[in-house]
Design a protein around this ligand. Structure first.
Ligand code: GRF
Length: 192
């Protein structure tokens, strides 16, 4: 199963997927390309180091270029990993729903930005991370899998986010493996 990973910044989830593939932990999934909408995204360095072809598309050229790039590389699953752009209905249709995202909260709680700050303010004792199918909303698509992470006394945003990030790095490869194994199909495919 050919994968494209889309990032906008640090790229630690991208790196964890690459490492998981090297260890044989994502089954038949194969990371073919990295695409960033930000030329200075740190994650690009890891693509270079691992000889994974990468492409930078500016926001201006995004809509006109993304589909042909995915088509050219025969991409079967798109993994959003810290990708800060809304996915268009055209792209969702082109991929027939085969787009997943990772979000650092227990969705449907705390979608959107500034997640950890809002979780801490809520005094909720748990947070976590979620991988979900991407629909036209922001962090609203059907949930595939989640991991719960406790909020501890003395947590600040940095402590909580790094505890959650460790779980993200395990959750995303495990979900990608299950999708590649055929255990999950996109939400609207199930209805057909
Ligand atoms: C992660 O917390 C992810 O859940 C969210 O954005 C962050 C990206 O981190 N969507 P990284 O770029 O993968 O390091």
């Amino acid at each position: 199963m050919n994968l494209a990973v889309l990032i906008s910044g640090r790229g630690s989830n991208f790196s964890s997927l690459v490492d998981a593939q090297k260890k044989g932990q994502i089954g038949v999934a194969d990371i073919k390309i990295l695409i960033s909408n930000n030329a200075s995204a740190k994650g690009i360095d890891y693509a270079k180091k691992n000889k994974i072809p990468f492409f930078v598309l500016s926001d201006k050229e995004w809509e006109s270029e993304i589909v042909s790039l995915l088509e050219k590389h025969k991409i079967q699953l798109v993994c959003l990993a810290g990708f800060m752009r809304i996915i268009s209905p055209e792209l969702i249709n082109f991929m027939k729903g085969w787009i997943v995202n990772i979000h650092p909260s227990l969705l449907p709680a705390f979608p959107g930005l500034n997640v950890h700050q809002r979780v801490l303010e809520s005094k909720f004792p748990f947070s976590g991370c979620t991988v979900h199918w991407v629909d036209e909303g922001v962090d609203t698509g059907p949930i595939i899998d989640q991991r719960v992470v406790p909020v501890l006394k003395g947590d600040d945003e940095e402590k909580l986010s790094s505890r959650i990030l460790k779980e993200e790095h395990k959750l995303y490869p495990s979900v990608v493996k299950k999708i590649a194994d055929g255990d999950f199909v996109p939400f609207f495919m199930e209805e057909k």
